[in-house]
Design a protein around this ligand. Sequence first.
Ligand code: MN
Length: 252
Amino acid sequence: MAAKKPARKTSPKKKSSGMPKDLLDELVASNHILYDQGVVDAFGHVSTRHPSHPGHFLMSRAIAPKLVRPADIMEFDAQGEPVDQRGREVYIERYIHSEIFKRRSDVNAVVHSHSRGIIPFGITQVKLRPVFHNGSFLYSGVPVFDIRDVAGDSTDLLIRDNKLGKALAESLGDNAVVLMRGHGDAVVGATLAAAVIRAIYTEENARLQATAMSFGGPVNYLSDGEGATMEKRSRGGSPRVWDMLKSRVAKR
Ligand code: MN
């Protein structure tokens, strides 16, 4: 029988109320992976639904994703407000996350980025469509949210409140990605791995589609049937991809 451990007076390294360490580590890794893969730069953020308070979510305080550590993760409520702010700066656009979690019970992670390759598809009439198997989740359609339609033409394009967040979430509908005109996108998934991998492949699909279109001829996109079949089979994503992405950002 193992020796009895001495009782601790305080709980060890308590980060905040009820945040499981594995999920915190996964969220921190997600921040680093999105930077490593060029999806986010100094801006952009990733969140995950709180496992024991499903209306709440977890996200870093307002710092560059590359610099996020477990101690930076904060809990936010269903209104997108911090539960225990303690003077920490929070992302202005946290309402992207709160309103999507509110509207989509199937979604457990959200990525917001300004990934470069997708911008042209938010400002032209060209629709972002799946051009390769890794982009199959785009088959259901990629709506473009134009903040001008909701809040006029003098905004700074940022999702600064619940009303704008709600309008964006409605524009997303049941799809995986919504483009934000002249700004970026929001990508969702059933898990952190799924949302992060989709954000990476959304960017890659955009670049490949632009290349294909530059050749001048018609582009042979995936069909809806192919997209639907692939999504059904790849549900949950490939652990092979996620393990590789994590290994690239793991501390040595
Ligand atoms: Mn933004």
